[in-house]
Design a protein around this ligand. Sequence first.
Ligand code: NAG
Ligand code: NAG
Length: 423
Amino acid sequence: MEGGNIRQWLNLLVCALLLLIAEASYVPITYLQNAVAKGAVCLDGSPPAYHFDRGSGTGINSWLVAFEGGGWCNNVTTCLSRKTNRLGSSKQMAKQIAFSGIMSNRQMFNPDFYNWNRIKVRYCDGSSFTGDVEEVNPVTKLHFRGARIFAAVMEDLLAKGMKNARNAIISGCSAGGLTSVLHCDRFRALLPRGARVKCLSDAGYFINARDVTGAYHIQQYFSQVVATHGSARNLPQSCTSRLSPKLVMLFPTIFSVTYHYANLLCKRSIRLMAALNNWRDLSSPFPDPQNVVLIQIKNILAPGVADPEGHWHSCKLDINNCSPDQLDLMQGFRTEFLRALTVLGNSSYKGMFIDSCYAHCQTEMQETWLRSDSPELEKTTIAQAVADWFYERRTFHQIDCPYPCNPTCHNRVFEPQDDHQGV
Ligand SMILES: *[C@@H]1O[C@H](CO)[C@@H](O)[C@H](O)[C@H]1NC(C)=O
Ligand SMILES: *[C@@H]1O[C@H](CO)[C@@H](O)[C@H](O)[C@H]1NC(C)=O
């Protein structure tokens, strides 16, 4: 009797373990060797790479192309420091990565996209795939070729069947979320006319805010990115004709946007900038002058490098460590962020899921994408909201109440090594 019970328990345990293991599947890397001849290479000159899990059944003509994030490099020094890691060299990339959340191949974890063709494009150029400089400095041997990588990846995927796409999403988180928005129109233009094509930006919303010194360091930072990588002519034309390139990089992006969203932003961002210029300096919670102010649409905060004095260090890792003053400043930032959003306007083809969880990148993690306890707004998970928006089943625009009101949040405790620019 007792033996039977133990066996039952063991069976249950094994099942639970298998379930846990299967929550993510591992997908091997593919190097685009023939991209090298076109000069489409990582910072160190190595070939670009992606991970591709083929679609099946009803998903055979549906494509999800997710771009990896990982901040930016704004000058030769910061770009050189990437040459020896995965953000600048495919030689340093893991040979396989886990696909979960929106990337999952299991129906129970990802009911609307599990059988699509799912691609994760690795990030190794440091410019959100916008760079294109022909010359290679003989001393540093750095290649600034992000835009060529984008083009080479697209050419490859179109040949592998994406040219027949009926449904397609370009997505990404953080710097990858910016990639999604900056390349939104271009992606749309590559696909068949009748296809349903949308752009999803997870935590890719960067507001143009001052730091404590009152300077717009983020603006300066992005202008350095654009200058270093020669990005100007690869930013959406509809934007650059109206604004200087450095401002284009700052276009607020939305969690989920339609393909022509980037265009709309151009028109509207002028007003947004004006709104922010009138903003009295709240002294932002990001005291580091070189910090990229990473106010993510679904985060309160996940900013860049630590402040020199370390006042924000422990707070940034774990929101439970923040002082009341720090929480106040963060709430002030949230208010500013929401004000910036209202300037963007609102229409049924745009979707928004703005939670107040202390998190970064929630679409590619099973626990935040779809699980019995994952974050919800109006009883709706991120997985459901994205699918409803994509298939136009209903309009979804939800903004959470301020932290810490939402009990469904998974507030992350970040590791010190996570606490660097843009990750
Ligand atoms: C490069 O950029 C970083 C980060 O903004 C900054 O700390 C550094 O001083 C810059 N280096 C040069 C040589 O401009
Ligand atoms: C957008 O419009 C919807 C109704 O279509 C409304 O429920 C929602 O609150 C609006 N969102 C914003 C940010 O104005």
